[in-house]
Each structure stands twice: as structure tokens, then as C-alpha cells.
Design a protein around this ligand. Structure first.
Ligand SMILES: [Zn+2]
Ligand SMILES: [Zn+2]
Length: 121
């Protein structure tokens, strides 16, 4: 990868010096503040574009999973149902549509004591 054609800015005052010659040994004098700048592109400029330029498929998949689990929590509701374990009168429940619509849905009940129950409609 070449840096020729990239713009060089003064490291001290930010003044635009000139286009890079690609020669790292060249010294560019700033007209504004007199600072001697090396004819090199700062490494940060090169590495900055990498994360967005090459999005990770794994990362995209992971964020999709996180969105899904957040949706699951949102659909959990409280129902009047006695827990077989501790006798509590209310339980959390989540309805999940399994397979096709005509096969009905599965309801997952959860108690604060940790007891779990499944019911098929
Ligand atoms: Zn300068
Ligand atoms: Zn319970």
C-alpha cells in the first residue's frame, strides 16, 4: 500500500503542507509554524478505517442474537398460575410459536423459585 497522493498535515498546528511524495525520509517544513514534519502518514489514519471496512460476520451474528434475547425478555409476562414447587400464585410466562402456525404454540412458565413448566396449547 502506498501513501503517495495522501495529504500531509503539520503535526503541530494542523496546517496542510502538501501531498505526500511517498519518501519517508523527506522533511516538510510548515509555512505557518516552522515545524519540521516527516513525510509519513500517521498510522492511526490507516488503521482507523479497518473495523468498518471489514465487518466481521461473527460480530454481526452476535449482535442479532443479543437483539433476539432482548425481545424474549420483553414478551415475558405475569399470569395467575400456582407454582407446583413453592405454591406462589403468580408465574412468568412466555409464549413461543414452534414450527408452523397450525401446530399451536408452547407456553413456558417460570417461577421466581426456579421452577419451570411447559404447556402445549
Ligand atoms: Zn505548523
Ligand atoms: Zn415457585
Amino acid at each position: 500500500m502506498s501513501v503517495i497522493g495522501s495529504l500531509i498535515f503539520c503535526t503541530d498546528c494542523g496546517n496542510l503542507l502538501r501531498e505526500s511524495t511517498g519518501n519517508a525520509d523527506a522533511i516538510l517544513h510548515c509555512d505557518v509554524c516552522g515545524t519540521r514534519n516527516k513525510d509519513t502518514i500517521p498510522q492511526t489514519t490507516v488503521s482507523e478505517s479497518k473495523p468498518s471496512a471489514f465487518p466481521s460476520a461473527l460480530r454481526a451474528k452476535r449482535s442479532a442474537v443479543q437483539t433476539l434475547s432482548a425481545e424474549d425478555r420483553k414478551t415475558e409476562a405475569i399470569i395467575d398460575r400456582t407454582c407446583n414447587e413453592c405454591g406462589r400464585k403468580e408465574m412468568f410466562y412466555t409464549t413461543v410459536q414452534l414450527r408452523s402456525a397450525d401446530e399451536g404454540s408452547t407456553v413456558f412458565y417460570r417461577c421466581v423459585c426456579g421452577f419451570k413448566e411447559t404447556s402445549n396449547n
